[in-house]
Design a protein around this ligand. Structure first.
Ligand SMILES: [Mg+2]
Length: 433
């Protein structure tokens, strides 16, 4: 924890009220959306004094952005930013094991509210144990009860490793929609994010080593300034952390590589042949097939057919009918497994070519998150693959060479294709480690 528990703060968690403050708003099953006081009502301070027409619910009665009033929002991480454990432990032992991160927190929240800003927590809560979740939810009204009177607070939390989890922007997208539904707009220019997961490396006297840099990446993804709690609440100077952060982002990859090397010969051919695709999961094999080989070539995939024998049988059928095949799965990763296909080519006296999908592990992991969170709606839904799918592929793979019996070896570099809107999602920081 950034600050040791001072041991002097006494928290009377019993509020004496018959009902605890705040309410849970219906949301996705992997999101908790909690609201304490209505920030849009006139009774709640200057931020809400608005003559703008307010829509209710999720009415699509959108106003053009030129007429929408813009509201600055201060976004906070929760644990290690607004609150800490009162026990001093890393993880809370129950709903009552919390204290403000620093005694100045409530006063700072009130000052922001009085300055016309809306206050919103964006939190990752990945612990799936039911009792831990239940205690966490039960803590929200207890925290709300300790806020300065009349200060609204919205809390959005991601419960799973999906598009809502920071640094992914799903929780911000929910928030953005809330403002639009009220005929308002988040004033991104005057908003900011405060969080303790900055990727501080530690080692410098008095500086902490952060467990992650997801808060910094989230702020970069939505395009607001980022401050650590020490800077924001205590006025400390900016600490040292890598900027841009460590980790993968597409912008770090050069985009001047040709998609296919060598590039002067045709990709698909008229003659009967076998084409072997090799590449890690999420390296672009399926898209490449759709773009260059479908529907003339038969797509054979062991993930679908389950065994190599079935794949070989299907391949024989296709070749006998005069139909070329593309064998595209994650299992042709080494020389021994590829030899089955070389032998089949010899048996049928057809050429066999090899397309090697070269995709760094981090790019494949990034693509994995992208297609599970933001995959095009006209393509089948892709599930999150576990990290082991990528590490085991990398550990087992052997680069193909012509002397394995191939007529040609081509290298395919991953090139993103999609609409500008899809591209803007793919360009985000998507990996949380
Ligand atoms: Mg935190």
């Amino acid at each position: 924890m950034p600050f040791k528990s001072n041991g002097h703060t006494v928290h009377s968690f019993f509020t004496g009220q018959s009902t605890l403050p705040g309410k849970i708003i219906a949301s996705s099953s992997t999101v908790v959306h909690f609201l304490h006081l209505e920030p849009f009502s006139d009774a709640n301070g200057p931020a809400s004094s608005s003559s703008v027409h307010q829509t209710t619910g999720s009415s699509p009665k959108a106003e053009s952005s030129s007429t929408r009033r813009k509201v600055p929002v201060v976004l906070y991480d929760f644990d290690g930013t607004l609150i800490k454990t009162s026990s001093g432990k890393r993880f809370p032992s129950g709903r009552e094991d919390w204290a403000w991160w620093h005694p100045s927190v409530p006063g700072k929240l009130r000052a922001e509210h009085e300055a016309g800003k809306h206050l919103v927590v964006i939190s990752n809560q990945g612990d799936k144990r039911p009792n831990v979740r239940a205690e966490w939810r039960a803590k929200l009204p207890l925290v709300a009860a300790k806020l300065p009177a009349g200060v609204p607070l919205r809390i959005l939390a991601a419960l799973d490793k999906d598009k809502y989890r920071k640094p992914r922007t799903g929780l911000y997208d929910i928030l953005d929609q809330v403002y639009r539904d009220h005929g308002l707009e988040i004033d991104i220019e005057r908003s900011l994010f405060v969080g303790d997961a900055a990727g501080r490396l530690g080692g410098v006297k008095g500086q902490f080593r952060d467990h992650a840099d997801t808060d910094l990446k989230f702020a970069l993804n939505i395009g607001v300034p980022f401050l650590t709690p020490e800077e924001y609440f205590l006025g400390d100077p900016r600490p040292v952390y890598p900027m841009p952060p460590n980790g993968f982002r597409p912008a770090k990859v050069g985009s001047l590589v040709p998609p296919v090397v060598p590039s002067h010969t045709p990709i698909a051919r008229d003659d009967l042949e076998i084409v072997l695709f090799v590449g890690s999961p999420a390296s672009g094999k399926t898209s490449f097939f759709r773009k260059h080989f479908s529907p003339r070539y038969r797509h054979i995939n062991q993930d679908t057919l389950k065994s190599r024998d079935k794949c070989l049988l299907e391949a024989e059928r296709s070749l006998t009918k005069g139909e070329s095949i593309v064998v595209a799965d994650n299992t042709n990763r080494n020389r021994a497994t590829r030899s089955h296909w070389v032998n089949l080519a010899v048996k049928h006296s057809v050429p066999i070519r090899f397309f090697h999908f070269v995709c760094p592990v981090d790019l494949a992991r990034h693509n994995n998150v992208y297609r599970a969170c933001y995959g095009p709606s006209d393509e089948p839904v892709r599930q999150f693959l576990p990290d082991t799918a990528f590490t085991s592929y990398a550990a087992d793979s052997e680069a193909p060479v012509v002397d394995e019996g191939f007529d040609e070896v081509r290298v395919v570099n991953f090139i993103f294709s999609g609409t500008p809107e899809q591209r803007s999602k793919w360009d985000l920081w998507l990996l949380d480690k």
